[in-house]
Design a protein around this ligand. Structure first.
Ligand code: APR
Length: 206
């Protein structure tokens, strides 16, 4: 991925970047968690309908995330941030902290974080009740300054994140997708690298 000294890189990641760290994606393996569809465990409506089930789902993801380690893809992005400084911006849909543990600093969790929300009564962390993306103004500000959009490991099925590539196209900036399967918004990308994140990202940043 050739970047000039003027280029500003906006990176969007999804569950796929943490798959090789052992964290199940939402829609991989048919998108089922213990036989429950992702809509039944990872949406605001699910929280309203069955908070106990959503609680068990996120508690499992928290345990899995604590046991997981950042992989070569997380580390490659942290290295690229070191090189680009404030010309690098990372927006993740993931609620795990593997990007931070790999060394990423300029990062924004647009769907919240497993390790942030805490119940005032039990002091236990709890999933954000509404999946209303956090601080979209800051994200759109960065997207509007970027000259390159790199998207990694997301199925392109959840908005507003799935719409970032369309905004990039309106601004005529370069768009790259990395992931082993074609995302739903495939046609919107200039370049598609059908490969795993740990395979593609270290090469891409070299
Ligand atoms: N490397 C890169 N990408 C991968 C890998 C890998 N090793 N393995 C799987 N993927 C890709 C899959 O091809 C799929 O396109 O990761 C994507 C995961 O898609 P989803 O499970 O839909 O996850 P994501 O796009 O992050 O979901 C978006 O949906 O349920 C909500 O809040 C939840 O943040 C989540 C949002």
């Amino acid at each position: 991925m050739h970047l000039t000294p003027q280029d500003r890189l906006f990176v969007l990641t999804g569950a796929g970047i943490s798959a090789e760290s052992g964290l199940a994606t939402f829609r991989g393996s048919g998108g089922l968690w213990n036989g429950h569809r992702v809509e039944e465990v990872a949406t605001p409506e699910a929280w309203q309908a069955n908070p106990e089930l959503v609680w068990r789902f996120y508690s499992q993801r928290r345990r899995d995330a604590l046991a997981a380690q950042p992989n070569a893809a997380h580390k490659a992005l942290a290295k690229l941030e070191e090189r680009l400084g404030d010309r690098f911006y990372l927006c993740t849909q993931n609620v795990d902290d593997l990007h931070e543990r790999a060394g990423s600093r300029r990062i924004h969790h647009m769907h919240g974080s497993l390790f942030q929300s805490r119940c005032t009564r039990t002091n236990e962390p709890f999933p954000d009740q509404s999946l209303i993306p956090l601080d979209m103004d800051a994200i759109y500000r960065e997207l509007n300054r970027a000259t390159v959009l790199l998207v990694v490991g997301t199925s392109g099925s959840v908005y507003p994140a799935a719409g970032f590539v369309h905004i990039a196209n309106q601004r005529h900036i370069r768009t790259i997708y990395v992931g082993p399967e074609e995302p739903l918004n495939l046609d919107a990308f200039d370049e598609v690298i059908l490969s795993t994140a740990t395979e593609a990202l270290p090469k891409l940043i070299e």
